[in-house]
Design a protein around this ligand. Structure first.
Ligand code: GDD
Length: 318
């Protein structure tokens, strides 16, 4: 079986490749990169996977890729995934995320092949969630609050439309926040963990810069998330959408306190106004019942373990 992972050089994609190589010996793993992509996340598996050059925004490039691989399964993870960047580069975020996906769908239609496709949608799509709406079910209205969230809503609806119009075997997953080793340093847990480790190593004054600590997020370990993504194409219904989350939420202040409890250094906390967003989603707390019923999935890694592993990741790198 040939599996294509878009975004394989990234955080989630590289963990998914690790998972597939470990658990499914009969699978050939394909991934894509652009000419300037950083590849350190897949350095350790580079002899076990096939990497092709492709830019998802270029429909010629995508069609050629699909024609070469003829994948049986596609995990579409590649995206502009950092919410603040989407305010600074909204057109780029919308183009990469929505048109990149469109090029895959149209490439498959042109080639008349119908693999199973997982589309990595996001809890950010729920956006403005009211207190009485948590835990959030898949049926909750989508009220996106950032260009990123609009782009993911576009991906979500486009995927549904291609299922309805052309019968593509698409499963949409709405993952809530996830973190763990290899998380890029711009995302909150990784950002805080790296700053703490820099203080531990004497590379920064004992001051930790933060943004909005009031927001609540539902975190799952990336290694549980990639297992869920694999299961989504084994057990879920095409055309359906599934929340993937822990069903617990923490304020960002609580996340910070957990990280600080794992270090012996004393650190002053300061808010950096540049870390505040034009609008921040106040609460994301998901209901994973539908996905659990369909797949039997349960997250297994406690959040404290994830944060510990993230600190260790940075301790080995700073
Ligand atoms: N990045 C960052 N840095 N976030 C901070 C900081 C900081 O210094 N201080 C507070 N926060 C708050 C943000 O305002 C937000 O409420 C929360 O921490 C999480 O921020 P991120 O880690 O940047 O993630 P996100 O929730 O915006 O988006 C992530 O999760 C989505 C799923 O819900 C990304 O992984 C998205 O790609 C993903 O779709």
């Amino acid at each position: 079986m040939r599996v294509l992972i878009t975004g394989i050089t990234g955080f989630v994609g590289s963990h998914l490749a690790d998972y597939i190589l470990r658990e499914n010996q009969e699978v050939e793993v394909y991934g894509i990169k652009r000419w300037r992509s950083r590849t350190e996340n897949i350095e350790h598996i580079k002899d076990k996977i096939h990497i092709l050059e492709c830019d998802l925004r270029d429909n010629f490039s995508v069609k050629q890729l699909l024609e070469t691989i003829h994948p049986n399964k596609i995990f579409h993870l590649a995206a502009q995934s950092f919410v603040p960047t989407s305010w600074n580069a909204p057109a780029e975020s919308l183009t990469t995320n929505i048109l990149g996906e469109l090029n895959i769908f149209e490439g498959l239609r042109a080639l008349k092949i119908n693999p199973w496709i997982q589309i990595a949608c996001s809890s950010e799509e729920y956006g403005m969630v009211y207190p009485e709406e948590v835990p959030i079910k898949e049926t909750n209205p989508l009220r996106p609050l950032s260009p990123y969230a609009v782009s993911k809503t576009g991906q979500d609806y486009l995927a549904h439309q291609y299922y309805m119009s052309y019968g593509l075997n698409i499963v949409r997953t709405r993952a809530f926040n996830h973190t763990g080793p290899r998380r890029a340093e711009v995302f909150v847990c990784s950002d805080f963990a790296k700053q703490i480790v820099e203080v531990e190593m004497g590379k920064r004054k004992p001051v930790l810069w933060v943004g909005n600590l009031e927001a609540r997020r539902d975190f799952t370990d990336v290694r549980d998330i990639v297992r869920a993504y694999w299961l989504s194409l084994e057990k879920c219904q095409p055309g359906e959408v599934y929340n993937i989350c822990s069903g617990k939420s923490y304020t960002i202040k609580e996340v910070l306190d957990l990280l600080l409890s794992m270090t012996s250094v004393k650190i002053e906390i300061k808010q950096d106004p540049r870390r505040l967003r034009p609008s921040d989603v106040p609460i994301l707390l998901g209901d994973p019942t539908k996905f659990k019923k369909a797949t039997g999935w349960e997250p297994t890694i406690p959040f404290t373990q994830t944060l510990h592993d993230l600190l260790e990741f940075w301790r080995a790198r700073v």
